[in-house]
Design a protein around this ligand. Structure first.
Ligand SMILES: Nc1ncnc2c1ncn2[C@@H]1O[C@H](COP(=O)(O)OP(=O)(O)OP(=O)(O)O)[C@@H](O)[C@H]1O
Length: 244
C-alpha cells in the first residue's frame, strides 16, 4: 500500500530525515511515535509531497516520490495536518463539502455528495447535529472530527493523521480514537502520528519509533506496549515536559 525506502528529507541544506524506511499495509493502523522534533511531521509532509527529499515512496505500487502535493492527494493519499484546521467562517457541512473538491473539482452542493455526507455523519453524529453551525463555534474535539470528516469526503485510500489528540481533553481523545478505529474497520488504512505512545500502541497493529530523524525501533504494537525501551522513552519525554 505505502512503501517508503531510504528517505532523506531536507529543510534547505539541513537534513531532517536520515534514510527512513516504513510501510503501511492494507487495512492496518500503523503508529509513528517519537518525542518533539523527532521528525514525525516531516515524514508525513515528505510523503504528501511538501518537503524536499531523496529516496523512494511508492503508493499502491506507483512511484509518487516526485509528484506534486495536489497530485498525491488526488491519488487519495490524504493527510490531516496537526492542529484542527477547518474553515472557521464556513458551516460544518460546507467544510465537509470542501473535502470533495480535491478529487473531483468544485462541487459544493450537498445533493451531489449525499452518500459521502451520510457516511461521515454516521461516523460523527455530532457533526450532523451541528451541520449548520459555523466551524469556529465548535469545540476543539469537534473541529478535529470535522478535519478528519473532511478528509473522509475525499475517499482516502490511506489516511495520514498528525497528532489528532493534540490539545484535546482525555475523554474527547478516547472518543476520537474510537472513531479512528471505526474508520479503519470500515476499510481505510491509517498512518497515525502520535506523541502519546500508550494510546497509539493500543489502537495500532504495528508501530515505528522515531528519534532524531531515524526509525530506531519497530514491531507489533502489542509487543512494543510492553517494551521497556518504549516505556522509558515515553516517560523520559513526559519528565522533560514537566521540567519545562
Ligand atoms: N520548516 C522547517 N524548517 C527547518 N527545520 C524544520 C522545519 N520543520 C521542522 N524542522 C526541523 O526538523 C526536525 C523534525 O521536526 P518535525 O516537526 O518533523 O518533528 P516532529 O517529530 O513532528 O515533532 P513535533 O511533535 O514537535 O511536531 C526538527 O529538528 C525541526 O526543528
Amino acid at each position: 500500500m505505502l512503501d517508503v525506502k531510504g528517505l532523506h528529507s531536507f529543510y534547505g541544506t539541513i537534513e531532517a530525515l536520515h534514510g527512513v524506511e516504513i510501510e503501511v499495509n492494507d487495512r492496518e493502523i500503523v503508529a509513528l511515535i517519537g518525542s518533539n522534533g523527532a521528525g514525525k511531521t516531516t515524514l508525513l509532509n515528505s510523503i504528501s509531497g511538501h518537503v524536499t527529499k531523496t529516496g523512494s515512496i511508492h503508493f499502491q505500487g506507483k512511484d509518487i516520490t516526485k509528484l506534486a502535493p495536489h497530485k498525491i492527494s488526488r491519488s487519495s493519499l490524504l493527510q490531516v495536518p496537526e492542529g484542527h484546521h477547518v474553515f472557521p467562517g464556513l458551516t460544518v457541512e460546507q467544510n465537509l463539502l470542501v473535502g470533495t473538491t480535491a478529487e473531483k473539482g468544485i462541487r459544493l452542493r450537498a445533493g451531489d455528495n449525499r452518500e459521502l455526507l451520510d457516511m461521515v455523519y454516521e461516523i460523527f453524529p455530532r457533526l450532523l447535529e451541528r451541520r449548520k453551525q459555523l466551524a469556529w463555534s465548535l469545540s476543539g474535539g469537534e473541529q478535529q472530527m470535522l478535519a478528519i470528516g473532511r478528509a473522509l469526503m475525499g475517499k482516502p485510500k490511506l489516511l495520514m493523521l498528525d497528532e489528532p489528540s493534540m490539545g484535546l481533553a482525555p475523554l474527547i481523545i478516547d472518543e476520537l480514537f474510537e472513531k479512528i478505529v471505526e474508520i479503519n474497520k470500515n476499510g481505510t488504512p491509517v498512518l497515525l502520528v502520535e506523541q502519546n505512545a500508550h494510546l497509539a500502541l493500543s489502537v495500532s497493529e504495528r508501530a515505528y519509533i522515531m528519534e532524531r530523524g531515524n526509525i530506531t525501533l519497530s514491531g507489533k504494537s502489542a509487543d512494543l506496549l510492553h517494551d521497556s525501551r518504549v516505556t522509558e522513552a515515553y516517560l523520559g519525554k513526559q519528565k522533560k515536559e514537566q521540567e519545562n
